[in-house]
Ligand binder design. Structure first.
Ligand SMILES: C[S@@+](CC[C@H](N)C(=O)[O-])C[C@H]1O[C@@H](n2cnc3c(N)ncnc32)[C@H](O)[C@@H]1O
Length: 199
């Protein structure tokens, strides 16, 4: 267990236990990610020891990292039986000790804010790794805010659709309409963006 201060208040770290109808969006955008989506990425990309899952939900991604030996700090705005709740990531002003990697599937409505805030918090060379709809590559506003500065270092595309279940209810899912990819932003990167396939 690690101690960590977020939102200028005491919080405990988080290696908690794993707790585990799709049309209307859930109020706080809770869509649990199939853990295989991260396990597949980790076969191709090495992450640093300490990772901050800043919108952890019920820990579907955090637990993959814990099982692979990472030290994980996990927080969420809403209590979901995992990690520290009541932490609005957009108000977090300090990263956990020794942390240079933020990884999550963010709330859809705050995607740009989460990426921008991550890059503000991270040290040079630190990575913000987000599972996003591939369509997030397009759009003038997104280009100006997220890509024109050149920090998008890598994109890992899934040829097969990843399942993200509303309220964590994978059993009720009949399929997925969204094509996802892992977007890797590196603070200070200003080169080209490399495309990878997760097969
Ligand atoms: C798409 S879900 C992903 C959950 C988890 N990362 C996963 O992949 O299974 C987004 C999560 O963001 C949380 N969230 C929404 N707004 C937030 C905020 N401002 N700060 C922190 N977490 C937030 C929601 O409660 C929800 O659990």
């Amino acid at each position: 267990m690690r101690d960590w201060t977020g939102n200028k208040r005491s919080a405990h770290a988080m290696i908690g236990s794993f707790v585990g109808a799709q049309s209307v969006r859930e109020e706080h955008d809770y869509y649990a990610t199939d853990p295989n989506a991260l396990a597949s990425l980790l076969k191709q990309k090495q992450l640093p020891r300490v990772v901050y899952e800043c919108a952890c939900g019920a820990g579907h991604l955090a637990e993959v990292l814990v099982k692979q030996g990472h030290s994980v700090v996990a927080t969420d705005l809403v209590p979901r039986g995992y990690g520290v709740s009541g932490v609005d990531f957009l108000k977090v002003d300090t990263l956990p000790d020794d942390c240079a990697c933020i990884l999550t599937n963010p709330p859809y409505k705050y995607t740009m804010e989460f990426i921008e805030h991550s890059l503000e918090l991270l040290p040079e060379g630190g990575e913000a790794i987000f599972l996003l709809n591939i369509n997030a590559l397009a759009g003038k506003a997104r280009y100006e805010r997220l890509y024109s500065h050149g920090t998008l270092k890598e994109v890992y595309v899934f040829p097969k659709r990843v399942q993200c279940a509303k309220n964590g209810d994978f059993a009720s899912m009949t399929g997925s309409a969204v094509n996802y990819a892992w977007f890797v932003f590196e603070k200070g990167h200003s080169g080209t963006t490399n495309l990878h396939w997760i097969t």
